[in-house]
Design a protein around this ligand. Structure first.
Ligand code: C5P
Length: 211
């Protein structure tokens, strides 16, 4: 059995003490994956941004807020895990400067300068040991297959799950699981719990106990 790290949910990037950038990720796919992994007898650690979803009680939950915090916790935790499933939707941009006090309205447009946040899956994928594996997710609105394959290679994933924007904040998902050469290993549609069971079964056969 394996010890698996799952990143889940959105992250927040603050502009000032009360305002932040985020996205509509619900954490439901991460919760379903955790549930599926636990039922197969694996040990699960979840690093999650702020969500309303209930994660399974059998998983260890580490709650974070920002992408930097997610990276920091994931990096430390991954050292003790065999695998990472990157189901989170971290906020990709953060303000270059965080205002220490609440930004006041001036009657003029507010221009924000945004810089990229670190990529959690890419950072862990690049540094993974030979006994570790990484499964990423790719949410694309166009050229899904091509873009997911590029991401898989860029982020040093062993497999990647391609899904569309309908996955966000929904009980259902429609995914394709791609191998490192972009071959579709599985196509699954339905409730996120069903999708998670199917994904875990392929992850088990290919990465946890390769036949
Ligand atoms: O947002 P994007 O489609 O590039 O996400 C692809 C994969 O990279 C997902 O597994 C996501 O969890 C991960 N990711 C990440 N850190 C980011 C952005 C994305 O780990 N800052």
């Amino acid at each position: 059995m394996a010890r698996i790290l799952i990143t889940s949910g959105p992250t927040r990037q603050y502009l000032d003490p009360v305002r932040y950038l985020t996205n509509a990720s619900s954490g439901r796919m991460g919760a379903a994956l955790a549930d599926a992994a636990l039922r197969l007898g694996h040990e699960v650690v979840i690093v999650s941004g702020p969500v309303a979803v209930d994660y399974p009680a059998g998983a260890q939950l580490i709650s974070i807020e920002t992408t930097d915090e997610m990276l920091d916790c994931a990096r430390k935790t991954f050292a003790t895990c065999e695998g990472l499933i990157g189901a989170a939707a971290p906020c990709d941009y953060m303000p270059r400067f965080i205002e220490p006090n609440k930004i006041s309205k001036t009657g003029q447009p507010l221009v924000l300068e945004l810089i990229e946040t670190p990529d959690v899956v890419a950072t862990l994928g690049q540094a993974k040991r030979s006994d570790q594996w990484v499964v990423g997710f790719a949410l694309e609105t166009e050229d899904r297959h091509f873009r997911a394959t590029v991401k898989l290679q860029k982020k040093h994933c062993d497999l990647i799950v391609s899904n569309g924007p309908q996955a966000i904040n929904s009980a259902d998902n429609e995914v394709e699981l791609l191998d490192p050469v972009g071959e579709v290993i599985a196509a699954v549609t339905g409730d996120k719990h069903h999708v998670a069971d199917e994904l875990l079964s392929h992850i088990h056969d290919r990465l946890i106990c390769p036949i």
